[in-house]
Design a protein around this ligand. Sequence first.
Ligand SMILES: [Zn+2]
Length: 201
Amino acid sequence: MALYEGPVQALIDELGRLPGIGPKSAQRIAYHLLKVDPQDAKRLAAAIVDAKERVSWCRRCYNFAEGEFCGFCRDERRDHHVVCVVEEPRDITAVERTNEFRGRYHVLQGAISPIEGIGPEQLRVKELLARVTAEEITEIILATNPNIEGEATAMYLARLLKPFDIKVTRIASGLPVGGDLEYADEVTLGRALEGRREVDA
Ligand SMILES: [Zn+2]
C-alpha cells in the first residue's frame, strides 16, 4: 500500500528523481508545494514547461540557447579563434565573472567518468573537433573542473587535439582541487585562466 494519496506520491517520486534530491528532501518539497498558494505552484510548473519548450542547445557550442545560437555565439565582438571548453553551461557563468575571457565556448555537457559509465561518446567531443577546422580556432583552453573526471577529460582532449596545429592550454592549478569551477571565486579563476599553460599530451 502506498503511504500517500496517489498524486502526492507521484509528486514525491518525480521530485526524488531530480539530482541532489533524496527521499526526505522530496517529501519536504512536496509538502511545501501542497501548502503554498496555488498561483505559486502554477508559476513553478509554468516555468518548467516554458523553459523546456523555448530553450534547447546552441548549435555551435551546446550552451543553452533560445533559438539556434546562444548569446555568446551570436555576439560578433567575441574572438572566435579562442575557445574555452567547459563541462556545463553553469561553468560559463563562472568564467564570465572573471572578465578575463572574450572568446567563445564549447560545452561538453559532462566529463569522462568510468564510474558513472560516461565515455567521450556521450560528450560533445566530435562536435568540438569539427569546430577546430571549421572555425579557424587557434587556441583551445581546457577549463574542465579541477577534479579527477575533469583532469582525465582535459588529458583525453589534449591528446585528441594534438594532431591539429593549434595551441591547447589548461587552466593553471591553484583552484581548489576536487572542486568545481562554479565554487571558485572570480579572482582565483581569473588567475587560473591568465596562468594557463600549454598541455604536454
Ligand atoms: Zn553557443
